[in-house]
Design a protein around this ligand. Structure first.
Ligand code: ATP
Length: 471
Protein backbone atom coordinates (compact mmCIF):
# COMPACT_ATOMS: atom_id res chain seq x y z
CA UNK A 1 0.00 0.00 0.00
CA UNK A 2 1.20 3.50 -0.82
CA UNK A 3 1.64 5.30 2.46
CA UNK A 4 3.60 8.29 1.29
CA UNK A 5 7.27 9.03 1.53
CA UNK A 6 8.24 10.68 4.75
CA UNK A 7 10.47 13.59 3.82
CA UNK A 8 11.39 15.22 7.09
CA UNK A 9 10.24 15.48 10.65
CA UNK A 10 9.89 19.18 11.27
CA UNK A 11 9.31 19.03 14.96
CA UNK A 12 9.12 16.33 17.55
CA UNK A 13 8.65 18.28 20.73
CA UNK A 14 10.05 16.88 23.90
CA UNK A 15 9.30 20.06 25.81
CA UNK A 16 5.67 19.09 26.24
CA UNK A 17 4.47 19.49 29.77
CA UNK A 18 1.47 17.31 30.53
CA UNK A 19 -1.10 17.55 33.29
CA UNK A 20 -2.64 14.41 34.74
CA UNK A 21 -6.31 13.42 34.52
CA UNK A 22 -6.75 14.71 38.04
CA UNK A 23 -7.30 17.95 36.18
CA UNK A 24 -10.35 16.49 34.43
CA UNK A 25 -13.51 17.62 36.08
CA UNK A 26 -17.09 17.24 34.96
CA UNK A 27 -17.22 21.03 34.59
CA UNK A 28 -14.35 20.98 32.11
CA UNK A 29 -16.03 18.28 30.05
CA UNK A 30 -19.37 20.13 30.11
CA UNK A 31 -17.65 23.33 29.06
CA UNK A 32 -15.71 21.72 26.20
CA UNK A 33 -18.85 19.96 24.96
CA UNK A 34 -20.67 23.23 24.93
CA UNK A 35 -17.85 25.31 23.46
CA UNK A 36 -17.24 22.93 20.61
CA UNK A 37 -20.84 21.96 19.96
CA UNK A 38 -20.87 18.33 21.14
CA UNK A 39 -23.75 18.68 23.60
CA UNK A 40 -26.22 21.43 24.51
CA UNK A 41 -28.69 21.54 27.41
CA UNK A 42 -32.07 20.68 25.95
CA UNK A 43 -34.80 23.34 25.64
CA UNK A 44 -32.22 25.86 26.73
CA UNK A 45 -34.05 28.97 25.52
CA UNK A 46 -36.94 27.97 27.79
CA UNK A 47 -34.74 27.42 30.81
CA UNK A 48 -33.87 23.81 30.03
CA UNK A 49 -35.40 20.55 31.20
CA UNK A 50 -33.59 18.58 33.88
CA UNK A 51 -31.21 15.96 32.58
CA UNK A 52 -32.10 16.01 28.93
CA UNK A 53 -29.52 17.11 26.42
CA UNK A 54 -29.35 17.80 22.70
CA UNK A 55 -26.38 16.57 20.74
CA UNK A 56 -24.73 18.97 18.31
CA UNK A 57 -22.73 18.12 15.20
CA UNK A 58 -19.64 16.56 16.83
CA UNK A 59 -21.76 14.81 19.46
CA UNK A 60 -23.85 13.20 16.73
CA UNK A 61 -20.75 12.13 14.78
CA UNK A 62 -19.11 10.60 17.84
CA UNK A 63 -22.30 8.81 18.89
CA UNK A 64 -22.65 7.43 15.36
CA UNK A 65 -19.12 6.04 15.59
CA UNK A 66 -19.78 4.41 18.97
CA UNK A 67 -23.03 2.89 17.72
CA UNK A 68 -21.45 1.56 14.58
CA UNK A 69 -18.49 -0.01 16.50
CA UNK A 70 -20.99 -1.71 18.82
CA UNK A 71 -23.14 -2.91 15.96
CA UNK A 72 -20.12 -4.27 14.08
CA UNK A 73 -18.86 -6.18 17.07
CA UNK A 74 -22.31 -7.53 17.95
CA UNK A 75 -23.81 -8.27 14.54
CA UNK A 76 -21.51 -7.76 11.57
CA UNK A 77 -18.52 -9.67 12.94
CA UNK A 78 -20.55 -12.61 14.33
CA UNK A 79 -22.72 -15.41 12.99
CA UNK A 80 -24.97 -15.75 16.01
CA UNK A 81 -26.59 -12.32 16.61
CA UNK A 82 -29.30 -10.60 14.58
CA UNK A 83 -30.65 -7.06 14.71
CA UNK A 84 -34.04 -5.73 15.80
CA UNK A 85 -35.67 -2.32 16.06
CA UNK A 86 -38.83 -2.60 18.15
CA UNK A 87 -41.31 0.15 19.02
CA UNK A 88 -40.73 2.57 21.90
CA UNK A 89 -44.36 2.35 23.04
CA UNK A 90 -45.48 -1.23 23.59
CA UNK A 91 -48.73 -2.70 24.78
CA UNK A 92 -48.83 -1.81 28.51
CA UNK A 93 -49.39 -5.47 29.31
CA UNK A 94 -45.74 -6.01 28.38
CA UNK A 95 -44.65 -3.90 31.35
CA UNK A 96 -47.06 -5.63 33.69
CA UNK A 97 -45.74 -9.04 32.69
CA UNK A 98 -42.12 -7.92 32.89
CA UNK A 99 -42.59 -6.69 36.45
CA UNK A 100 -41.82 -3.07 35.63
CA UNK A 101 -45.24 -1.68 36.63
CA UNK A 102 -44.84 -3.33 40.01
CA UNK A 103 -41.13 -3.24 40.60
CA UNK A 104 -39.27 -0.73 38.44
CA UNK A 105 -39.03 1.68 41.31
CA UNK A 106 -36.48 3.55 43.33
CA UNK A 107 -36.99 4.58 46.96
CA UNK A 108 -37.75 8.30 47.06
CA UNK A 109 -36.91 10.42 50.11
CA UNK A 110 -37.84 14.12 50.43
CA UNK A 111 -36.25 16.61 52.79
CA UNK A 112 -38.94 18.89 54.25
CA UNK A 113 -36.29 21.48 55.13
CA UNK A 114 -34.27 21.93 51.96
CA UNK A 115 -37.00 20.56 49.63
CA UNK A 116 -34.52 18.36 47.80
CA UNK A 117 -35.28 14.80 46.72
CA UNK A 118 -32.92 11.90 47.16
CA UNK A 119 -32.72 8.25 46.26
CA UNK A 120 -33.19 6.41 49.56
CA UNK A 121 -30.57 3.82 48.56
CA UNK A 122 -28.00 6.47 47.58
CA UNK A 123 -28.08 8.81 50.59
CA UNK A 124 -24.41 8.07 51.17
CA UNK A 125 -23.54 9.49 47.73
CA UNK A 126 -25.85 12.53 47.99
CA UNK A 127 -25.30 16.00 49.38
CA UNK A 128 -27.57 17.82 51.77
CA UNK A 129 -29.09 20.94 50.19
CA UNK A 130 -28.05 23.25 53.00
CA UNK A 131 -24.65 21.95 54.02
CA UNK A 132 -22.89 20.75 50.91
CA UNK A 133 -20.27 18.88 52.86
CA UNK A 134 -22.89 16.78 54.68
CA UNK A 135 -25.01 13.80 53.68
CA UNK A 136 -28.82 14.10 53.83
CA UNK A 137 -29.98 13.38 57.38
CA UNK A 138 -26.62 14.25 58.95
CA UNK A 139 -27.46 17.75 60.21
CA UNK A 140 -29.93 18.61 62.93
CA UNK A 141 -31.95 20.68 60.40
CA UNK A 142 -32.54 17.72 58.08
CA UNK A 143 -36.11 16.47 58.11
CA UNK A 144 -36.34 13.45 55.84
CA UNK A 145 -39.56 11.65 54.92
CA UNK A 146 -39.88 7.88 54.99
CA UNK A 147 -38.77 6.32 51.71
CA UNK A 148 -41.63 5.62 49.31
CA UNK A 149 -41.38 3.65 46.10
CA UNK A 150 -41.42 5.77 42.96
CA UNK A 151 -41.93 4.15 39.55
CA UNK A 152 -39.41 5.37 37.00
CA UNK A 153 -41.52 4.77 33.91
CA UNK A 154 -42.90 7.77 32.05
CA UNK A 155 -46.59 7.40 31.38
CA UNK A 156 -48.33 8.48 28.25
CA UNK A 157 -51.63 7.73 26.60
CA UNK A 158 -52.36 6.07 23.32
CA UNK A 159 -55.55 6.47 21.26
CA UNK A 160 -58.19 4.15 22.67
CA UNK A 161 -56.91 0.76 23.67
CA UNK A 162 -59.57 -1.86 24.33
CA UNK A 163 -57.74 -3.41 27.24
CA UNK A 164 -55.98 -1.53 29.98
CA UNK A 165 -57.49 1.86 29.16
CA UNK A 166 -55.34 4.28 27.18
CA UNK A 167 -52.41 4.38 29.58
CA UNK A 168 -49.09 3.37 28.07
CA UNK A 169 -45.44 3.81 28.94
CA UNK A 170 -42.31 5.03 27.25
CA UNK A 171 -39.97 2.05 27.43
CA UNK A 172 -37.44 2.20 30.27
CA UNK A 173 -35.28 -0.43 28.52
CA UNK A 174 -35.18 -1.83 25.01
CA UNK A 175 -34.90 -5.43 26.22
CA UNK A 176 -38.64 -6.15 26.50
CA UNK A 177 -39.12 -5.37 22.80
CA UNK A 178 -36.62 -8.15 22.15
CA UNK A 179 -38.27 -10.74 24.42
CA UNK A 180 -41.70 -10.26 22.88
CA UNK A 181 -40.17 -10.83 19.42
CA UNK A 182 -38.33 -13.98 20.49
CA UNK A 183 -40.65 -16.29 18.57
CA UNK A 184 -40.53 -14.20 15.38
CA UNK A 185 -36.77 -14.23 15.33
CA UNK A 186 -36.50 -17.90 16.26
CA UNK A 187 -38.76 -18.87 13.38
CA UNK A 188 -37.90 -16.34 10.72
CA UNK A 189 -34.19 -15.89 11.30
CA UNK A 190 -33.87 -19.68 11.74
CA UNK A 191 -31.75 -19.44 14.88
CA UNK A 192 -31.17 -21.89 17.69
CA UNK A 193 -29.60 -21.13 21.08
CA UNK A 194 -27.02 -19.90 21.63
CA UNK A 195 -28.05 -16.86 19.62
CA UNK A 196 -28.64 -13.20 20.33
CA UNK A 197 -30.81 -10.27 19.32
CA UNK A 198 -29.29 -6.80 19.39
CA UNK A 199 -31.13 -3.51 19.54
CA UNK A 200 -30.21 0.15 19.78
CA UNK A 201 -32.74 2.83 20.66
CA UNK A 202 -34.00 5.45 23.05
CA UNK A 203 -35.07 4.51 26.57
CA UNK A 204 -36.74 6.78 29.10
CA UNK A 205 -36.56 6.85 32.89
CA UNK A 206 -38.00 9.43 35.20
CA UNK A 207 -34.87 9.37 37.37
CA UNK A 208 -35.27 10.77 40.88
CA UNK A 209 -31.82 12.27 41.13
CA UNK A 210 -30.71 12.97 37.62
CA UNK A 211 -27.54 14.90 37.04
CA UNK A 212 -23.86 14.44 36.43
CA UNK A 213 -24.23 15.52 32.83
CA UNK A 214 -24.60 12.57 30.44
CA UNK A 215 -24.25 9.97 33.18
CA UNK A 216 -27.86 9.93 34.35
CA UNK A 217 -30.35 11.15 31.80
CA UNK A 218 -34.09 10.96 31.59
CA UNK A 219 -33.85 10.10 27.90
CA UNK A 220 -30.88 8.05 26.68
CA UNK A 221 -29.88 5.76 23.87
CA UNK A 222 -29.43 2.17 24.96
CA UNK A 223 -27.55 -0.59 23.20
CA UNK A 224 -28.75 -3.94 24.46
CA UNK A 225 -28.16 -7.48 23.34
CA UNK A 226 -30.14 -10.43 24.67
CA UNK A 227 -28.23 -13.67 24.22
CA UNK A 228 -30.41 -16.80 24.54
CA UNK A 229 -28.61 -19.91 25.80
CA UNK A 230 -29.38 -23.38 27.15
CA UNK A 231 -29.84 -22.96 30.93
CA UNK A 232 -26.85 -25.16 31.77
CA UNK A 233 -24.56 -22.94 29.73
CA UNK A 234 -25.73 -19.64 31.23
CA UNK A 235 -22.90 -19.14 33.71
CA UNK A 236 -20.26 -19.82 31.10
CA UNK A 237 -21.83 -17.38 28.65
CA UNK A 238 -22.21 -14.78 31.38
CA UNK A 239 -18.47 -14.95 32.06
CA UNK A 240 -17.81 -14.86 28.31
CA UNK A 241 -19.81 -11.67 27.77
CA UNK A 242 -18.23 -9.86 30.71
CA UNK A 243 -14.80 -10.54 29.21
CA UNK A 244 -15.90 -9.74 25.66
CA UNK A 245 -17.41 -6.41 26.65
CA UNK A 246 -14.40 -5.42 28.73
CA UNK A 247 -12.15 -6.20 25.76
CA UNK A 248 -14.41 -4.06 23.57
CA UNK A 249 -13.81 -1.06 25.83
CA UNK A 250 -10.06 -1.63 25.74
CA UNK A 251 -10.38 -1.67 21.95
CA UNK A 252 -12.10 1.72 22.09
CA UNK A 253 -8.96 3.08 23.70
CA UNK A 254 -10.26 3.49 27.27
CA UNK A 255 -7.42 3.16 29.75
CA UNK A 256 -7.31 -0.21 31.48
CA UNK A 257 -6.66 1.45 34.84
CA UNK A 258 -9.96 3.32 34.52
CA UNK A 259 -12.07 0.19 33.96
CA UNK A 260 -13.00 -2.57 36.36
CA UNK A 261 -15.63 -5.28 36.80
CA UNK A 262 -17.75 -5.34 39.94
CA UNK A 263 -20.15 -8.10 40.83
CA UNK A 264 -23.50 -7.08 42.37
CA UNK A 265 -24.37 -8.33 45.82
CA UNK A 266 -27.74 -10.13 46.16
CA UNK A 267 -29.47 -7.05 47.65
CA UNK A 268 -28.42 -4.92 44.69
CA UNK A 269 -29.68 -7.10 41.86
CA UNK A 270 -32.72 -6.16 39.77
CA UNK A 271 -35.90 -8.20 40.17
CA UNK A 272 -35.11 -10.32 37.09
CA UNK A 273 -31.43 -10.96 37.66
CA UNK A 274 -29.72 -14.17 38.78
CA UNK A 275 -26.31 -12.51 38.65
CA UNK A 276 -25.08 -9.14 37.43
CA UNK A 277 -21.63 -7.70 36.97
CA UNK A 278 -21.09 -4.07 36.16
CA UNK A 279 -18.27 -2.84 34.02
CA UNK A 280 -17.39 0.32 35.90
CA UNK A 281 -15.49 3.37 34.73
CA UNK A 282 -13.64 5.85 36.90
CA UNK A 283 -15.76 8.93 36.07
CA UNK A 284 -15.00 12.24 37.82
CA UNK A 285 -17.84 11.26 40.22
CA UNK A 286 -15.93 8.08 41.17
CA UNK A 287 -16.25 4.46 40.03
CA UNK A 288 -19.72 4.10 38.48
CA UNK A 289 -21.60 1.70 36.24
CA UNK A 290 -20.75 2.03 32.58
CA UNK A 291 -22.40 -1.19 31.43
CA UNK A 292 -24.32 -3.96 33.17
CA UNK A 293 -23.92 -7.59 32.15
CA UNK A 294 -26.79 -9.58 33.65
CA UNK A 295 -27.84 -13.20 33.73
CA UNK A 296 -31.63 -12.70 33.52
CA UNK A 297 -32.31 -16.44 33.72
CA UNK A 298 -35.57 -17.47 32.08
CA UNK A 299 -37.52 -14.81 33.98
CA UNK A 300 -38.63 -12.66 31.03
CA UNK A 301 -39.54 -15.40 28.56
CA UNK A 302 -41.51 -17.23 31.25
CA UNK A 303 -43.36 -14.11 32.36
CA UNK A 304 -44.37 -13.27 28.79
CA UNK A 305 -45.34 -16.88 28.07
CA UNK A 306 -47.62 -16.87 31.07
CA UNK A 307 -49.13 -13.44 30.44
CA UNK A 308 -49.59 -13.67 26.67
CA UNK A 309 -50.35 -17.37 26.27
CA UNK A 310 -47.69 -17.56 23.52
CA UNK A 311 -45.03 -20.14 24.28
CA UNK A 312 -41.64 -18.47 24.17
CA UNK A 313 -39.43 -21.51 24.26
CA UNK A 314 -37.05 -23.43 22.08
CA UNK A 315 -38.13 -26.73 20.59
CA UNK A 316 -35.25 -28.87 19.44
CA UNK A 317 -35.58 -30.92 16.23
CA UNK A 318 -35.52 -34.01 18.53
CA UNK A 319 -38.69 -32.72 20.20
CA UNK A 320 -37.16 -31.66 23.53
CA UNK A 321 -38.10 -28.17 24.65
CA UNK A 322 -36.84 -25.61 27.15
CA UNK A 323 -37.02 -21.92 27.99
CA UNK A 324 -33.61 -20.40 27.26
CA UNK A 325 -31.73 -18.32 29.82
CA UNK A 326 -30.75 -14.84 28.78
CA UNK A 327 -27.40 -13.07 29.14
CA UNK A 328 -27.70 -9.32 28.64
CA UNK A 329 -24.95 -6.76 28.10
CA UNK A 330 -26.71 -3.36 28.37
CA UNK A 331 -25.22 0.10 28.10
CA UNK A 332 -26.12 3.59 26.92
CA UNK A 333 -24.20 5.41 24.22
CA UNK A 334 -24.38 8.48 26.43
CA UNK A 335 -22.39 6.85 29.26
CA UNK A 336 -19.83 5.55 26.78
CA UNK A 337 -19.46 8.99 25.23
CA UNK A 338 -18.95 10.52 28.67
CA UNK A 339 -16.30 7.90 29.54
CA UNK A 340 -14.51 8.51 26.24
CA UNK A 341 -14.47 12.28 26.76
CA UNK A 342 -13.17 11.97 30.31
CA UNK A 343 -10.51 9.48 29.25
CA UNK A 344 -9.41 11.54 26.27
CA UNK A 345 -9.37 14.99 27.87
CA UNK A 346 -5.91 16.48 28.33
CA UNK A 347 -4.34 19.86 28.84
CA UNK A 348 -0.76 20.54 27.81
CA UNK A 349 1.63 23.40 27.55
CA UNK A 350 3.51 23.27 24.27
CA UNK A 351 6.14 25.90 23.59
CA UNK A 352 4.60 28.02 26.32
CA UNK A 353 1.14 27.79 24.82
CA UNK A 354 -1.65 25.94 26.48
CA UNK A 355 -3.65 23.47 24.45
CA UNK A 356 -6.66 21.37 25.36
CA UNK A 357 -7.11 18.20 23.41
CA UNK A 358 -9.18 15.07 23.16
CA UNK A 359 -6.99 12.03 22.62
CA UNK A 360 -9.85 10.04 21.17
CA UNK A 361 -9.32 6.75 19.40
CA UNK A 362 -9.32 7.69 15.69
CA UNK A 363 -12.20 5.26 15.13
CA UNK A 364 -14.49 7.24 17.43
CA UNK A 365 -13.10 10.73 16.79
CA UNK A 366 -15.87 12.76 15.11
CA UNK A 367 -13.56 14.14 12.43
CA UNK A 368 -10.77 11.96 11.06
CA UNK A 369 -8.62 14.64 9.50
CA UNK A 370 -8.55 18.36 8.75
CA UNK A 371 -7.31 19.91 5.53
CA UNK A 372 -5.87 23.35 6.09
CA UNK A 373 -4.38 25.76 3.56
CA UNK A 374 -1.66 27.69 5.40
CA UNK A 375 -2.72 30.95 3.74
CA UNK A 376 -6.35 31.31 2.80
CA UNK A 377 -5.96 34.10 0.24
CA UNK A 378 -6.82 32.72 -3.19
CA UNK A 379 -3.74 34.43 -4.73
CA UNK A 380 -1.46 32.37 -2.49
CA UNK A 381 -2.52 29.34 -4.56
CA UNK A 382 -3.05 27.01 -1.58
CA UNK A 383 -6.83 27.01 -1.44
CA UNK A 384 -7.35 25.15 -4.68
CA UNK A 385 -5.12 22.12 -3.94
CA UNK A 386 -6.47 22.06 -0.37
CA UNK A 387 -10.11 21.96 -1.57
CA UNK A 388 -9.16 19.26 -4.07
CA UNK A 389 -7.56 17.13 -1.38
CA UNK A 390 -10.53 17.69 0.93
CA UNK A 391 -12.99 16.59 -1.73
CA UNK A 392 -10.93 13.49 -2.42
CA UNK A 393 -10.71 12.50 1.26
CA UNK A 394 -14.35 13.12 2.12
CA UNK A 395 -15.48 10.42 -0.29
CA UNK A 396 -14.36 7.86 2.29
CA UNK A 397 -14.04 9.70 5.57
CA UNK A 398 -15.54 12.47 7.65
CA UNK A 399 -12.96 15.23 7.16
CA UNK A 400 -13.07 18.98 7.59
CA UNK A 401 -11.76 21.86 5.52
CA UNK A 402 -10.89 25.02 7.40
CA UNK A 403 -9.30 28.16 6.02
CA UNK A 404 -10.45 30.65 8.65
CA UNK A 405 -8.03 32.36 11.02
CA UNK A 406 -4.41 31.76 11.85
CA UNK A 407 -3.02 28.25 11.59
CA UNK A 408 -2.29 27.88 15.31
CA UNK A 409 -5.89 28.62 16.18
CA UNK A 410 -7.11 26.16 13.56
CA UNK A 411 -4.85 23.40 14.97
CA UNK A 412 -6.10 24.08 18.49
CA UNK A 413 -9.70 23.88 17.36
CA UNK A 414 -9.06 20.49 15.77
CA UNK A 415 -7.20 19.32 18.91
CA UNK A 416 -10.22 20.19 21.03
CA UNK A 417 -12.58 18.10 18.94
CA UNK A 418 -10.07 15.25 18.84
CA UNK A 419 -9.14 15.25 15.13
CA UNK A 420 -6.19 12.84 14.91
CA UNK A 421 -4.44 14.37 11.88
CA UNK A 422 -4.23 17.68 10.03
CA UNK A 423 -2.91 18.03 6.49
CA UNK A 424 -1.50 21.47 5.77
CA UNK A 425 -0.97 22.85 2.30
CA UNK A 426 1.82 25.44 2.30
CA UNK A 427 4.24 27.08 -0.13
CA UNK A 428 6.40 23.93 -0.22
CA UNK A 429 3.33 22.08 -1.54
CA UNK A 430 3.29 24.45 -4.47
CA UNK A 431 6.97 23.73 -5.15
CA UNK A 432 7.27 19.97 -4.68
CA UNK A 433 3.72 18.64 -4.27
CA UNK A 434 4.09 17.51 -0.64
CA UNK A 435 1.87 18.35 2.34
CA UNK A 436 2.55 18.39 6.06
CA UNK A 437 0.73 15.91 8.25
CA UNK A 438 0.52 16.87 11.90
CA UNK A 439 -0.18 14.24 14.53
CA UNK A 440 -2.59 15.35 17.28
CA UNK A 441 -0.97 13.30 20.05
CA UNK A 442 2.78 13.55 19.41
CA UNK A 443 2.65 16.82 17.48
CA UNK A 444 5.20 15.27 15.11
CA UNK A 445 5.03 16.65 11.59
CA UNK A 446 6.14 14.94 8.42
CA UNK A 447 5.73 15.59 4.74
CA UNK A 448 3.83 13.36 2.37
CA UNK A 449 3.28 13.52 -1.37
CA UNK A 450 -0.15 14.98 -2.07
CA UNK A 451 -1.22 11.99 -4.14
CA UNK A 452 -0.34 9.61 -1.29
CA UNK A 453 -2.46 11.29 1.39
CA UNK A 454 -5.64 9.31 0.79
CA UNK A 455 -3.85 5.95 1.11
CA UNK A 456 -1.88 7.26 4.10
CA UNK A 457 -5.12 8.19 5.90
CA UNK A 458 -6.77 4.84 5.06
CA UNK A 459 -3.74 3.11 6.48
CA UNK A 460 -3.51 5.31 9.58
CA UNK A 461 -7.15 4.61 10.42
CA UNK A 462 -6.50 0.87 10.27
CA UNK A 463 -3.49 1.00 12.61
CA UNK A 464 -3.97 -0.23 16.19
CA UNK A 465 -4.26 2.67 18.60
CA UNK A 466 -3.77 2.90 22.34
CA UNK A 467 -3.81 5.93 24.61
CA UNK A 468 -0.33 7.48 24.43
CA UNK A 469 -0.27 8.55 28.04
CA UNK A 470 -1.31 6.33 30.94
CA UNK A 471 -2.58 8.16 33.96
P1 ATP B 1 -27.96 2.80 37.70
O1 ATP B 1 -27.70 1.82 38.82
O2 ATP B 1 -26.78 3.67 37.37
O3 ATP B 1 -29.25 3.54 37.83
P2 ATP B 1 -29.11 0.68 36.28
O4 ATP B 1 -28.48 -0.48 36.98
O5 ATP B 1 -30.50 1.05 36.61
O6 ATP B 1 -28.14 1.94 36.39
P3 ATP B 1 -29.54 -0.77 33.94
O7 ATP B 1 -30.99 -0.89 34.14
O8 ATP B 1 -28.65 -1.94 34.18
O9 ATP B 1 -28.99 0.47 34.74
O10 ATP B 1 -29.31 -0.17 32.48
C1 ATP B 1 -28.31 -0.64 31.62
C2 ATP B 1 -27.41 0.48 31.16
O11 ATP B 1 -28.18 1.55 30.62
C3 ATP B 1 -26.57 1.12 32.24
O12 ATP B 1 -25.40 0.36 32.48
C4 ATP B 1 -26.24 2.46 31.63
O13 ATP B 1 -25.17 2.34 30.69
C5 ATP B 1 -27.51 2.78 30.88
N1 ATP B 1 -28.38 3.65 31.68
C6 ATP B 1 -29.29 3.27 32.60
N2 ATP B 1 -29.90 4.35 33.12
C7 ATP B 1 -29.37 5.44 32.51
C8 ATP B 1 -29.59 6.84 32.61
N3 ATP B 1 -30.52 7.33 33.42
N4 ATP B 1 -28.85 7.67 31.83
C9 ATP B 1 -27.92 7.18 30.99
N5 ATP B 1 -27.67 5.87 30.85
C10 ATP B 1 -28.38 5.00 31.59
Amino acid sequence: MLVGRSVAVKRNPDNVERVSTDAVTMDKIVSLCRRRGFVFPSSEIYGGLGSTYDYGHYGVLTKNNIRSRWFSSMVQERDDIVALDSAVILNPLVWEASGHVEGFTDPLVDCRTCKLRFRGDRLEDSQCGRKPSKKPGETSDCDLTEARQFNLMFETSVGALVEGGSKAYLRPETAQGIFINFKNVLQLARRRPPFGIAQVGKSFRNEITPGNFLFRLREFEQMEMEFFVPPDDAERWHAYWIEARLAWYHGLGLREANLRVREHGPEERSHYSLATSDIEYLYPIGWSELEGVANRGDYDLRQHTEASGTKLEYVDPDGSRYTPFVIEPAVSIDRILLALLVDAYAEEVVEERQRTLLRLHPAVAPVKAAVLPLISKAEAGMVEPARKLYEELRRDHLVEYDDGGNIGRRYRRQDEIGTPWAFTIDDVTLEDGTVTVRDRDSLAQERLPLEGVRAWLDDALERPWSPPQQH
